[in-house]
Design a protein around this ligand. Sequence first.
Ligand SMILES: [Zn+2]
Ligand SMILES: [Zn+2]
Length: 216
Amino acid sequence: MMDLHTHTVYSDGIGLIRDNVAWAEKRGLKIVGISDHIHFFTPSRFSAYINEINVIKEESEIVVLAGIEANILENGPDITDEFRKKLDYAIASVHEWFGRNGTHEYINYVKKAIMDDNVDIIGHFGNSFPWIGYPTREEIDEILDLAEAYGKAFEISARYKVPDLEFIRECVKRGIKLSLATDAHRPEDVGKVSWSLKMLEKAGGTKEDLIFSEYL
Ligand SMILES: [Zn+2]
Ligand SMILES: [Zn+2]
């Protein structure tokens, strides 16, 4: 299996990259992605991150991917072409707090990320809906239509328990790719994807519905 959302000391995680990879190996994953928060990186720190991941890629028994978690801001995700071209994939997530009735704004932010060439996966889609309010059926359809058209994936987040089953089912039906993600900030949490896997299966999905399934 896979875990494409893990943090290390390069952002707000507590483990080293090699610790995350060691736990991924121990849990029997085939793929682990390192995806630290983009706003922790200066260009030189980013180079060190990429170099370290590349060394570990060579040493590891499993597939190690260089990722990042970008923030979706008012003008779109904060990832540049320079960063993206050194990475295997990029997650973009909404981390802004819109407050009650902020759903429409949240949806507009996500649309910008889906249309951005530097983004591959939308992170923890809808984790703030219980507080800001749920989108309408039409808004969900617009998101799905766009993701289908632009070939973007959604992660199934074991940390936030999103998206809901109906949304995942719709992704499977439309051929929109998914990923399994813990959003681990401690090495020992890497690979705890059983909730995500269960949701994928309940939605009728198989490993072919996962991004990077060629490595599984
Ligand atoms: Zn996040
Ligand atoms: Zn994260």
